[in-house]
Design a protein around this ligand. Structure first.
Ligand code: ADP
Length: 490
């Protein structure tokens, strides 16, 4: 099948969170199954064109596209070799994408023209398929940012041609990010104003909601784990107001667990680590732990685990449960290696804990891919006390690196982690979104840590868990077939 992926992120060169990893790994898994996958994304101003091998597509001329009342000059580029299995196209548009940042600027302020950026992205993706005369079986849109491609397909391109049936699939990576704007934004999208007033697709409590429109308009909708799919149709805490729209999709809304890309995430050949290791020989992990402690200026106490955290510093990740416990646990001898950026208040709280316990708590407020690998490898426990978690990749990575995840039972965490107290256990699971429950899980980990033999068994079982993309890619194929049938009007 010919799959047109529309995404604002792609690892490793334009990554904000898990979406980037998913687009890269899923595309590769689908290409390995002989599909022609082409990704279209914006050419962000901060991308180093030489290093990323980004070159203009000579056969397509520069063009001018209208977004709202403004014309924008664009040019298509390609990343990597034209013979690559997955073709990556980038849309250059100096007026809309010519600055640093995917969704927000360097200070974390969301761009005021996110809607115009999304509108151009969607238009350019469909136009590219036409210019290349490449018949599209499925438009695979990732998150709200890519929804305009679906809306334009059914409105502008209903009469004009996108070659191929061009059925559509919307994958929701996080219901908390919906892209809500004032209704006047409908002009930026160039869609009929009626769509932004009740009962129009875009209307949402007097505003315009891109994700909602995508949920109603796409031929198929999915999210990134079965448990999160269930949670988001029944509970407003997870559905963020869209639970009714999702429930209304019935069987055409489903959950497919993300996979981990074990080409990138494999401690046996990870270039970021000071020493390799695997389930048969874990001695390299001790080297990784010692080097990490040195790198971050930490001192680990005998009998106490080193706890890692890598992630966006946002409410979702359960930092309000974790941060208040740091002082107490540090005094008990636990050590912490924390890496993340995000909410300024949470960053300040983490920095403060590190300043108060310099040899027990380290906080690095940066996005650092290489350090992330070393934290996954060097830690004994990985903390993910998320309030909700659509899928989560970090727990899969830490399993592979022999680091036992401590997770709350929610979304994809519930689908991947089994408590060590149970058969086939691979981590620690707690129920309530409370500091007490997290603390109790850490205390259980502390007790198990004493029993090196059992710890090793749980660790090796985790390292042998297989969350590779093959099975999930086959499930996406099935959805693509259903979307293509719908695109053909069948
Ligand atoms: P989410 O998509 O909600 O951010 P996931 O667990 O699905 O969460 O994916 C997060 C990805 O982003 C992981 O690959 C994680 O290692 C990476 N990541 C998050 N924050 C940082 C950071 N500050 N530095 C390096 N990698 C990070």
């Amino acid at each position: 099948m010919n799959v047109l992926m529309v995404s604002a992120e792609m690892a490793p060169f334009a990554k904000v969170g898990g979406l980037a990893d998913v687009v890269t790994a899923l595309s590769a898994a689908l290409a390995a199954r002989k599909h022609d996958v082409r990704v279209v994304m914006p050419l962000y101003g901060h991308l180093d064109r030489d290093r990323e091998k980004i070159r203009p597509l000579a056969k397509l001329p520069p063009l001018s596209l209208r977004v709202g009342h403004q014309m924008h000059d664009i040019r298509f580029h390609m990343r990597g070799s034209p013979r690559s299995k997955v073709k990556v196209y980038l849309v250059e548009c100096p007026t809309l994408y010519g600055r640093e940042g995917v969704y927000s600027d360097v200070n974390g302020e969301a761009f005021p023209d996110v809607l115009a950026r999304a509108a151009l992205h969607g238009q350019a993706a469909l136009l590219l398929a036409r210019l290349l005369d490449w018949p599209v079986d499925v438009i695979h849109a990732h998150d709200a940012e890519a929804v305009p491609a679906i809306l334009f397909r059914s409105h502008w391109y209903a009469g004009r041609e996108v070659p191929g049936p061009a059925g559509s699939l919307l994958t929701i990576h996080n219901l908390a990010h919906q892209d809500i704007h004032p209704t006047a934004g409908v002009d930026t999208l160039g869609l009929p104003r009626s769509m932004a007033s009740y009962p129009g697709l875009l209307e949402f409590h007097g505003k315009l909601n891109l994700l909602k429109a995508g949920i109603l308009a796409a031929d198929r909708v999915n999210t990134v784990s079965p448990t999160y799919a269930g949670e988001t149709t029944t509970d407003p805490e997870f559905g963020y107001g869209l639970e009714g729209a999702l429930a209304g999709r019935g069987d055409s809304y489903s959950g497919i667990l993300n996979g981990a890309d074990y080409e990138t995430w494999d401690p046996r050949r990870d270039q970021a680590l000071p020493a390799p290791f695997g389930p048969k020989d874990l001695s390299g992990k001790d080297v990784c732990r010692n080097e990490l402690l040195k790198e971050l200026g930490l001192k680990q106490e005998d009998g106490k685990p080193l706890c890692g955290f890598v992630g966006r510093l946002v409410y979702q990740k359960g930092l309000n449960l974790l941060l208040p416990l740091l002082g107490r646990l540090a005094e008990d001898g636990f050590t912490f290696a924390l890496l993340g950026t995000g909410d300024k208040k949470l960053e300040a709280a983490a920095r403060e804990a590190a300043a108060r316990h310099p040899d027990k708590v380290a906080f690095v407020g940066a996005f650092d891919e290489s350090l992330a690998h070393r934290i996954y490898a060097g830690s004994d426990l990985f903390l993910m006390p998320s309030l909700f978690e659509p899928c989560g990749l970090s727990q899969m990575y830490s399993l592979r690196y022999g680091t036992l995840p401590v997770v709350r039972r929610t979304g994809g965490l519930a689908d991947t982690i089994i408590d060590a107290g149970r058969k086939r256990g691979n981590g620690f699971v707690f129920e309530d979104a409370s500091g007490e429950d997290l603390l109790a899980a850490l205390r259980r980990a502390e007790v198990l840590w004493e029993d090196r033999k059992v710890w090793r068994e749980v660790q090796v079982r985790g390292m042998e868990c297989d969350f590779s993309w093959g099975r999930s890619a086959a499930r996406y194929e099935k959805l693509y077939r259903a979307a293509r049938r719908a695109g053909k009007g069948m």
